[in-house]
Design a protein around this ligand. Structure first.
Ligand code: T3D
Length: 261
């Protein structure tokens, strides 16, 4: 598939997806939702990709749903169907992708753009970035996974505050609240994100993926269930080439050469 609304590049084990409608602050139309979902699926299928970097072109990460598109549809349009066929598939694809996703948040992440930023596993924010649940400004509830992802990161009170005020949470506050892992000067964002992605792309991809799977599932489990699930996934990790290589490398006092398998 050739892309028109995003850029997609694979190098050194890292797939970089760049949201690319800068004149509209990377607002999502249907084509961009479709292409971004396709790119994440492609990154999942390609064994050469072991880490994904998601960022935005221009001064925003994403301003969320393209509101001009919404206006054009009034009358003949079901939001629930739009979510089911669009954002829900994108978020589920990101969450289900068993490779680390780094969000390099270059500017405002609003509405669905905020949900998509939150669906990354790690977030590095430029000091110009901000997070905004713009939904209530247009009379909507949060969607795109926000109601599942955000309270888990910041707790109910802060998540609800963000939803009802629609205030922009600047990068330093987002760091303090646990929304982002790092804040860096704007001009160092991509360089820092790539410096983080490099070692992840050379890491034990299978173990990283299983870790992502279990850390999402244990929210709904009791401790005994979680312990049992750990044991079953560790059985898989423990049979991997990377487990063997990691142990041998340790004993030989050298850096491991992980294959991701
Ligand atoms: O249909 C469904 O499935 C429902 C799903 C909904 C999910 C959602 O995402 S709902 C929330 C949608 N997003 C918003 O409500 C945010 C709207 N944008 C803003 O509030 C502001 O643009 C920002 C706070 C993000 C940034 O403000 P600022 O002052 O830095 O930029 P600006 O001047 O407002 O925007 C620059 C241009 O981008 C401007 O166009 P112009 O005047 O230069 O021709 C603006 O209209 C355009 N733009 C920004 N956001 C959107 C947009 N155009 C369409 N859709 C947008 N979301």
């Amino acid at each position: 598939m050739s892309y028109e609304t995003i850029l997609f590049d694979v190098a050194d084990g890292i797939a970089t997806i760049t949201l690319n409608r800068p004149e509209l602050l990377n607002a999502f139309n249907d084509q961009m939702i479709e292409e971004t979902t396709h790119a994440f699926k492609q990154a999942g299928r390609d064994d050469a990709v072991r880490c994904v970097l998601l960022t935005g072109n221009g001064r925003a990460f994403s301003s969320g749903q393209d509101l001009a598109d919404v206006t054009a549809r009034i009358g003949s349009f079901s939001i629930s169907e739009h979510l089911r066929h669009g954002y829900n598939r994108l978020i589920a694809t990101m969450i289900g992708l068993e490779k680390p996703i780094i969000g390099a948040i270059n500017g405002v992440a609003a509405g669905a753009g905020c949900g998509i930023a939150l669906a990354a596993d790690l977030r590095i924010a430029s000091d110009k970035a901000s997070f905004m649940l713009a939904f209530s400004k247009v009379g909507l509830i949060p969607d795109s996974g926000v109601n599942w992802l955000l309270p888990r990161l910041v707790g109910y009170a802060r998540a609800y505050e963000m939803a009802v005020t629609a205030d922009k949470i600047p990068a330093d506050k987002a760091y303090e609240w646990g929304i982002v892992n790092r804040v860096v000067p704007h001009e160092q964002l991509l360089e820092t994100a790539l410096a983080w992605a490099g070692p992840l792309a050379a890491g034990p991809t299978l173990a990283y993926g299983l870790t992502k799977r279990i850390m999402q599932k244990t929210w709904d489990m009791s401790l005994p269930e979680s312990l049992e699930y750990e044991a079953s996934l560790q059985e898989i990790a423990g049979r991997s080439q990377d487990n063997k290589e990691g142990v041998i490398a340790f004993l030989q006092k050298r850096a491991p050469n992980f294959s991701g398998k």
